[in-house]
Design a protein around this ligand. Structure first.
Ligand code: 4AD
Ligand code: MG
Length: 465
């Protein structure tokens, strides 16, 4: 008999399955009982809740029930009945139990008692079997789906940008080198430098830090595109908000200025949160109960609030006027630190903030230059609890101005020649932004460490699993 997913059984409000034989397959969470009857809680990953199996001792030989241990994988067939017990609406009166995969109770690392997030990180291969990570992973899926749906419904095309690249896109971060050269015996040129002509691509290559530059090339033909893929940064920042491998969503839009981009970014964030509230309610409720009591209320309030829009210069004035003692000095021209961003969002405005018009010297070469000669049309979107969720800008579409920005930064026009060509052949006003997928998940799940919203995190000194 084909198994039914537990989510189907528990969400069946009409009770169509009640009184009928049914099969479930999943992993044992707990087992308890007495000589006469055994209660087994089974979870199959389709929903945070377990289904209760009732096994009368008379129907089963001792060995079968002995092998039903926490962590074991079982298949159960029996009648679905309304439950007399508290805490569940239905249960299965087992007629047949097959133990598909044994699990040694002495060594199975997940016990009923709560485990710390640190410990669960050390068993990342098994942590999807906990309620926390089941919720996070289902939300991760839900958000991926919502993101594709959002852009597809708006007529954006999903553009696949390369993961291996020969250009240091934008200096967004340190890059990981990709090579097939023999590290034990690196080929050298006559003057002693590494001979990349011998390397796989005939030149130095890296893992991408952002798909943006390729994304712009797509937008200059398709109009509106987005990327959604892994990006890599070899920065040695061991913080609860940085990963070495993270997923980024980067929309790029032709005929779109910074104002338009801000509207889309705000709408996009709200859409994702609304989607989670409407489609992943059980997971959010669990996380609200066990991780963060204000989660659902915070998510709801974001959907309802207008984001504050503010220039960098105004933000600096507010920070200075606050009299607050910051670790890093606040002065015009310096990049804002996390503590500054959090002060603005969590203490001053108490809602999301879109900061625009940053000093040109602390932002990337491609950003649209303002007429003041000092600032660029950049935007960062800051959220409570997580800080920067989005970084983006209007792009400099003027060829001369772009070339000048490349020159003053001593960047290579040769390496960027394809990018520069988009300004040479049919340039247009355009804008885009990048949203860090794991930062969004931090916000939506209420988890506090970015290592806990991706199945297998990659961070400095850690590429386990
Ligand atoms: O602000 P960033 O560096 O912007 C870009 O890469 C642009 N090319 C995007 C664009 O305009 N198309 O990164 C964008 C977002 C950040 O706001 C943050 O949410 C996330 O990516 N991010 C990280 N997330 C996890 N770990 C890291 N090390 C991250 N670095 C950036
Ligand atoms: Mg940024």
């Amino acid at each position: 008999m084909k198994a039914t997913k537990i989510v189907k059984i528990l969400k069946d409000k009409d009770g169509t399955n009640i009184g009928k034989p049914i099969t479930v397959q999943g992993w044992v969470r707990t087992k308890r009982g007495n000589n006469n009857v055994t209660f087994i809680a089974v979870n199959d990953g389709s929903i945070v809740h377990n289904i209760q199996i009732v096994a009368d001792s008379g129907k089963f030989d001792e060995d079968t029930l002995k092998n039903v241990t926490t962590g074991a994988c079982i298949s159960v067939t029996g009648l679905l009945v309304q439950s007399m017990g508290r805490g569940q609406s239905v249960e299965i009166q087992a007629d047949k139990i097959d133990v598909l995969g044994l699990s040694d109770p002495e060594t199975f690392p997940l016990q009923k008692k709560g485990h710390s997030m640190e410990f669960l990180r050390s068993i990342a291969h098994l942590r999807p079997r906990t309620n926390y990570f089941g919720c996070v992973l289902r939300l991760r899926h839900g958000m991926s789906f919502a993101i594709h749906k959002y852009f597809n419904d708006k007529g954006f095309f999903y553009l696949h940008t390369p993961i291996i690249t020969a250009a240091d896109a934008e200096g967004a971060g340190e890059m990981f080198r990709v090579t097939t050269l023999n590290m034990e015996d690196v080929p050298r040129t006559k003057d002693g430098k590494v001979d990349y002509a011998e390397d796989f691509f005939g030149k130095p290559t890296n893992l991408t830090v952002s798909g943006q530059l390729n994304g712009e090339m797509g937008a200059m033909a398709l109009g509106n595109i987005y990327t959604f893929g892994p990006t890599f940064r070899a920065e040695n920042s061991n913080t609860p908000r940085h990963l070495a491998e993270f997923w980024m969503i980067e929309p790029e839009m032709a005929f779109c200025d910074l104002e338009d981009a801000m509207c889309i970014a705000e709408d996009f964030i709200k859409y994702c949160i609304r989607y989670a509230l409407e489609n992943n309610r059980d997971d959010l409720q669990f996380l609200n109960d066990f991780i963060d009591k204000e989660l659902i209320q915070r998510l709801t309030s974001i959907v309802d609030a207008d984001f504050i829009r503010l220039t960098y210069t105004e933000a600096i004035s507010i920070l200075i006027a606050s009299g607050h003692k910051f670790e890093f000095k606040v002065e015009w021209g310096a990049d804002l630190q996390a503590e500054h961003e959090r002060y603005l969002v969590e203490q001053h405005f108490k809602r999301p903030v879109i900061l625009i018009d940053y000093p040109k010297d602390i932002k990337a070469f491609y950003m649209k230059q303002n007429d003041d000669g000092k600032t660029v049309r950049a935007m960062d979107i800051l959220l409570p609890k997580i800080g920067e969720l989005i970084g983006g800008s209007q792009r400099e579409e003027n060829l001369e101005k772009l070339l000048h920005a490349i020159e003053v930064r001593n960047m290579s026009k040769e390496e960027l020649r394809y990018y520069i060509d988009t300004r040479r052949f049919g340039t247009a006003v355009h804008s885009g932004f990048g949203l860090g997928f794991e930062r969004l998940l931090l916000f939506i799940t209420g988890m506090t460490n970015i290592r806990d919203v991706i199945p297998f995190p990659r961070t400095p000194q850690n590429a386990e699993f």
